[in-house]
Design a binder for this molecule. Structure first.
Ligand SMILES: Nc1ncnc2c1ncn2[C@@H]1O[C@H](COP(=O)(O)OP(=O)(O)OP(=O)(O)O)[C@@H](O)[C@H]1O
Length: 264
């Protein structure tokens, strides 16, 4: 049995058009999974069903075998952490330290445990020298890491990152790679929505494609980016390196490492 399952879920915001329709998904702990698709494809609606922010109109969400229908969002947040697309919807404390510690204090954890968790999460997110700063004095990129650190400190089994690469520079994307690797090595399930196809091929072995409210396909990056009709239907393009390699006559190239292999 999978740790997290979406069993034939559908959801409509207006009772007319389904934002998500008849989606089935299974996830295991220790996996890193990317969800991709055009704007409006249904990705965010789907992940919000995982932590109860949205309840399916039809179908079930199962966590560790239990239907989440009767579990409150507050209870679910101990198991499924969700980092919002926009950090400013999540941040409301006046220091980075308080923001990361907020949920831990609400759980009434011992102060020594809170201090350790805040320090560890801040270090992983390169915020250890920013703990006393007001989050709104930090640039957008670092505010996003504040929200990521706050979820990591809560230590849920599942972490959902909605568009973590948006507005991030090269070094921040490398930091995200490291965070995802560290979390999966700790047996966490990491689910990431992203529009950055290079980030997808460099970090995820499993990719799920959404278009027009449906899951279209899931598979390895190679399976997804070699499926021309899927890419056309979903209005997706392979990462730039793959597009360049194709123009040069090389197939099955998705990363710089792949390209070096075929040109050498
Ligand atoms: N709060 C809302 N009220 C009404 N309709 C909504 C709301 N949020 C999303 N929708 C609609 O539901 C559909 C799916 O949206 P969703 O945000 O899940 O897509 P997405 O794939 O995450 O897109 P993006 O990449 O832009 O975040 C779209 O048609 C969108 O316009």
């Amino acid at each position: 049995m999978s740790y997290l399952s979406l069993d034939d879920v559908s959801y409509s915001y207006d009772n007319k058009n389904n934002a998500v329709e008849s989606v089935n998904l299974e996830f295991e702990l220790g996996e890193a999974v990317a969800i991709i698709g055009q704007n409006g494809a249904g990705k965010t609606t789907t992940v919000k069903m995982m932590n109860g922010l949205i309840r399916p109109d039809k179908g079930r969400v199962l966590l560790d075998g239990k239907d989440t229908k009767g579990i409150s969002v507050a209870q679910l947040s101990h198991h499924v952490g969700y980092v919002f697309q926009n950090p400013d919807e999540q941040i409301f404390q006046d220091s980075v330290e308080k923001e990361i510690a907020f949920s831990l204090k609400k759980q009434k954890l011992p102060q020594t445990e809170i201090t350790t968790r805040v320090k560890d999460a801040a270090r992983l997110c390169h915020l250890d020298n920013k703990l006393n700063e007001h989050p709104y004095n930090l640039p957008y990129s670092q505010r996003k890491f504040v929200t990521i650190a706050a979820i990591i400190a809560m230590n849920p089994e599942v972490m959902v990152f909605d568009e973590p690469t948006a507005g991030q520079d090269h070094n921040s994307i490398i930091r995200l790679n490291k965070i995802i690797k560290k979390l999966t090595s700790m047996h966490k399930l990491v689910i990431t929505i992203t529009h950055d196809m290079s980030f997808v091929v460099n970090n995820f072995k499993r990719v799920i494609v959404f278009a027009q409210a449906h899951k279209q396909k899931e598979g390895s990056p190679a399976e997804i980016f070699s499926d021309e009709s899927l890419l056309r239907k979903s209005k997706l393009e392979p990462p730039v390196i793959g597009q360049l390699a194709k123009k040069l006559g090389f197939s099955n190239v998705l990363t710089v490492t792949d390209l070096l292999r075929v040109v050498n």
